[in-house]
Design a protein. Structure first.
Lengths: 386, 312
């Protein structure tokens, strides 16, 4: 009984340390962002960093702020899904940078399903998941059977996916612009159901079941990883592929399954954004969308924990959206990307931060122990003197 | 046809420079996934200098641009060295962060500079059309580019340095078995630092070569389109060996060049394949190539593992 409580206590302390380390990363990232703002234009720098942090609170009226809070949530859902994809794979020892490409093919599949094939939303969603799964499957097979580094194959597939999707979606674009047609005008049945959520956000019709769905999936991912044999097997493969094999687990199969799940999560993320009608795809797009890469930031900032990732995803999206409120005549809105990339970089030091904290607390408890011993000895000494 | 050879050579030069950069870093035991970002920073430094030097003599332009690009790469690679060698951070994570950071930072810097000189110019584009002329010499229809020579020199220097000097032997020892290297008195940290900084130098120069290869202005929002990763694929295909890397780079350069010049070939143009397909080619080919070459990888054995003095 007491051992168990000690174990959970340690877990709690470790969790608190993770939160503290993440907060250090955030503060340092914001500080560096502030310094960059100072360099660009020192007068408005403080106001500018406040603008980024405030995001939708920049709107003075409550209903307007609430509406734009909805917009931030709409974009948090896909980010969370990408982050979960990377998180899930990382737990199995795989760095799924291909999430960005899985997201891209997911976007292509669901938009083509909606605009080209006229399918209802749940089939479009399924198509996006399937497309992501195939992209993940390729990385997984290459890794498991051909020993190809998943980061490099993932990057290659990101670009291949981008070009393929551009070709595919050219068939459903508006005649006069490079953007795909709007789902609302072509096939409203492909829009995600709103389940009455818009009324909570001043009739923001882009707030759909995507938001609660992504949170439920985050919890599901946590349960799979922490509470099931399946998750345990996958993680064991991540720790030591040979040992897992020796224990009778199929390492190659586990790697492939992991990346397929990662692909499904990222592909679904794209559907959760594009099927709300919030954004249209530009077929002349020449760079892979940031979403997949921001997912890396959210995952590591969330302490590689699916629940922590929910909050981290929201934070990353919050400052990314906040960046768009900057006065564009003075400050580039990419400052937000800069801040989140600095946060990712600093996350590399999280292990180091945690070690320092552990060392300090170990030193403290050692000191306390010594003090306690001294106090115990003291009366004896006193007694001997007499 | 000459145009195809010309583009093949210039893109191969980029890949040779950057892949050699990756080669130095990995032989010392550090995986440099941040090459993409290092290229962006090198390109930024070089492009800013070229923009400023539009009227200088050719020799000065070439020298200053190359040095600035290389130096920018070296400075940026410090981020990798400090984090991964001294703080034992995850090399994949840091490399990825550097790639994202480079594009974001370059965009912010260029926009800030553009807006300071002209409040209406909010683009992230640098123009270097005048200075670019300094780099090319026309030999008949062939436009020789001085960067091709620089890549060749880097190739020979890399081969000599890695395989004919004691420095190279020590560097490679640190990538194979750092503890063994340390036991005979080699300073592993110092060697890994050298490996990473050399990769910064070569990656930085590769960056400026890439953006000047076919265009005369660059939009920094696009980064370098995965070229740093293509270079890593070239390095793997080339078995971490400079000469084989050069051959692999020529092959990749050829496919990359096709997308620039395919319209000039009647039979290719008559196939009516969209330009996008040609853009995809290098990536598809590198996937296929990696599939057949990664199985018997000759990668340095200790790459990717932070050096810890306490481990035997």
């Amino acid at each position: 009984m007491s051992r168990k409580s000690k174990g959970s206590n340690e877990k709690l302390v470790n969790g608190l340390r993770s939160v503290a380390a993440s907060l250090i990363c955030i503060l340092a990232g914001l500080l560096i962002g502030f310094i960059v703002l100072l360099f660009i234009d020192s007068k408005g720098a403080f106001q500018a960093i406040l603008t980024i942090i405030k995001n939708f609170f920049n709107y003075p009226s409550g209903p307007a702020a609430l509406k734009y809070f909805g917009n931030t949530l709409v974009k948090t859902a896909p980010l969370l899904m990408c982050a979960l994809s990377i998180n899930f794979c990382y737990k199995v020892g795989l760095f799924n940078i291909g999430a960005a490409g899985q997201y891209v093919v997911g976007a292509g599949a669901c938009l083509y399903g909606a605009l080209g094939l006229g399918l209802p939303w749940y089939l479009c969603l399924l198509m996006a998941m399937l497309a992501g799964a195939i992209w993940g499957l390729i990385v997984g097979v290459l890794k498991a059977y051909f020993n190809v580094n998943e980061v490099i194959s993932g990057i290659m597939l990101n670009w291949i996916g981008l070009y393929l999707v551009n070709i595919l979606l050219k068939t459903v674009k508006e005649e006069t612009s490079p953007y795909t047609k709007t789902i609302k005008s072509v096939n409203p049945s492909a829009l995600l159901p709103t389940a009455g959520l818009p009324s909570l956000f001043t009739n923001n019709r882009y707030v759909t079941i995507a938001v609660p769905l992504s949170i439920i999936i985050a919890i599901l991912v946590w349960v799979i990883l922490e509470k099931t044999t399946f998750g345990y097997e996958l993680k064991a493969t991540g720790y030591n592929r040979d040992a897992a094999k020796y224990a009778g687990m199929n390492g190659n199969r586990n790697i492939i399954v992991t990346l397929v799940i990662g692909g499904v999560l990222a592909g679904m993320g794209a559907a959760l954004l594009y099927l709300t009608g919030f954004e249209q795809w530009s077929v002349t797009q020449s760079s892979v969308p940031q979403m997949g890469f921001n997912g890396i930031a959210a995952t590591f900032l969330g302490g590689l924990n699916p629940i922590g990732t929910i909050f981290a995803s929201y934070f990353i999206q919050h400052i990314t959206s906040g960046g768009s409120y900057l006065d564009k005549a003075i400050y580039p809105s990419q400052i937000s990307d800069l801040i989140s990339s600095i946060i990712i970089y600093l996350c590399g030091f999280v292990l180091f931060f945690k070690q320092v904290m552990a060392k300090r607390s170990a030193a403290r408890s050692e000191k306390a122990l010594l003090k306690q011993k001294d106090e115990e000895k003291e009366p004896e000494k006193g007694g001997a003197d007499k | 046809m000459i145009l195809l050879i010309q583009y093949t050579l210039i893109f191969a030069s980029v890949l040779i420079l950057v892949a050699l950069g990756g080669c130095f870093s990995e032989h010392s035991g550090v995986i440099n996934l941040g090459l993409e970002g290092i290229m962006v920073m090198g390109a930024l430094g070089g492009a800013l200098v070229m923009n400023a030097l539009s009227t200088a003599p050719a020799a000065v332009t070439i020298l200053v641009t190359t040095l600035t690009a290389g130096l920018s790469g070296v400075i940026y690679s410090l981020l990798l060295a400090v984090a991964c060698i001294n703080f034992k951070a995850d090399q994949t994570l840091i490399g990825t962060a550097m790639n994202i950071l480079a594009t974001a930072a370059a965009t912010v810097i260029v926009k800030a500079i553009n807006m300071a000189s002209d409040p209406d110019n909010v683009s992230a584009t640098i123009n270097y059309v005048d200075a670019k002329k300094a780099f090319t010499v026309s030999i008949g229809a062939f436009n020789f580019n001085w960067f091709m020579l620089i890549a060749l020199i880097a190739l020979i220097a890399a081969y000599v340095l890695l395989y004919k000097t004691s420095f190279g032997l020590r560097l490679r020892a640190c990538g194979e078995h750092p503890q063994a290297a340390a036991s005979v008195g080699i300073d592993v940290y110092k060697m890994r630092w050298s490996g990473v900084l050399i990769s910064g130098l070569l990656g930085g120069i590769g960056g400026i070569v890439y953006i000047t290869a076919s265009v005369s202005e660059w939009k920094f929002e696009t980064g370098v389109a995965g070229f740093g990763f293509l270079a890593l694929a070239v390095m793997i295909f080339g078995d971490w060996h400079p000469i084989k890397i050069a051959l692999a780079a020529l092959l990749y350069g050829f496919f990359r060049a096709l997308s620039n010049v395919y319209t000039g070939f009647d039979w290719l143009a008559s196939l009516h394949i969209s330009g996008t397909v040609y853009n995809m080619l290098p990536y598809i080919i590198s996937l296929l190539v990696l599939m057949f070459t990664s199985k018997n990888s000759k990668a340095p054995k200790a790459e990717g593992i932070p050096y810890d003095k306490g481990i035997r």
